[in-house]
Design a protein around this ligand. Structure first.
Ligand SMILES: [Mg+2]
Length: 169
């Protein structure tokens, strides 16, 4: 049963996502949330670990594409350019427009596309509505913002359901 508030797969972090397994599923375009998915809020540049994981995806024919709701005019661009990947900032997830725009830009269908993110009500809901494969990870760091704890609490049942149903990629 497809339920729009559960993801197809759940893991602890992006590093639980095996690039070879994604490629075997026919995924060629991996849309990725930025804040608290690739790096914590406020970390301006990709870490060495993110760079290595992106390179591993590339070796398996999977292109990373940053799809960020961050409204800062420079944050998503600076990070993505440093990582050498395409991006859309102020993406408006869960609205599907930015998902379709990214797929069109990269010449990929929904069947060839996945989204990874740490939030149910933006990343996963948007991905479900756009018809792509959805991967849920835990937020890297909740500290410093009470709103994030509240949101996490509201998401909790859908996270729990996703985790209970998840199978290896
Ligand atoms: Mg996020």
């Amino acid at each position: 049963m497809a339920f729009p508030l559960t993801a197809h797969w759940a893991g602890r972090s992006i590093y639980d996502i095996d690039p070879a397994a994604l490629a075997r599923r026919g995924i060629r375009l991996l849309l990725a949330d930025l804040d608290n998915t690739l790096v914590p809020y406020g970390v301006p540049e990709p870490t060495e670990q993110v760079r290595e994981w992106t390179a591993a995806l590339e070796r398996h024919g999977v292109t990373l594409f940053v799809l960020s709701n961050n409204r800062h005019p420079e944050r998503p661009g600076r990070f993505s350019k440093a990582l050498g990947v395409p991006f859309i900032g102020h993406a408006g997830k869960p609205k599907t427009g930015s998902f379709y725009k990214a797929m069109e830009q990269m010449g990929r269908t929904a069947e060839e596309t996945a989204i990874v993110g740490d939030q149910i009500f933006t990343d996963i809901l948007g991905g479900r509505n756009a018809g792509v494969f959805t991967l849920l990870v835990e937020p890297i760091r909740l500290a410093g913002n009470p709103g994030r704890y509240l949101r996490y609490a509201v998401e909790w049942p859908f996270r729990a359901l996703t985790k209970r149903r998840t199978k290896p990629l």
